[in-house]
Design a protein. Structure first.
Length: 114
């Protein structure tokens, strides 16, 4: 195998690893965000589980973050709990940083966000 082929394989492996890491961070972030929202609005355990399931079902891809924010915002507006879009966006960013750090640290479980 030539040096060029080895480098090409290394770049492909790094790309695959980076994409997997991005996916794992996004999934963990979304779960943390659902847990934060459930705690913020004092949801029951069943409502927390329902919210987490519905948040994880939001399609991934372009515009995922905005869809996620809209989903949670609509969910709470139906229950009469108004929430600022900026508060949700800030919480989502905080959850993203926590999710990334947890994966880098090798944290096995997703603790509740405070």
């Amino acid at each position: 195998m030539t040096t060029f082929q080895e480098r090409e394989q290394a770049f492909e492996a790094k790309f695959a690893h980076d994409e997997e890491f991005r996916f794992l961070v996004t999934a963990r972030r979304d779960k943390l965000f659902a847990q934060w929202a459930a705690a913020r609005f004092h949801l029951s355990e069943q409502d927390n589980a329902d919210l987490t399931t519905s948040v994880l079902a939001v399609r991934d891809g372009a515009g995922h973050d905005e869809l996620l924010l809209q989903h949670v915002e609509q969910r709470f507006s139906k229950h009469g709990s108004g929430v600022q879009h900026t508060e949700l966006a800030t919480a989502l960013n905080t959850c993203a940083a926590q999710a990334r750090q947890q994966l880098l640290d090798g944290t096995p479980k997703t603790p509740a966000v405070t």
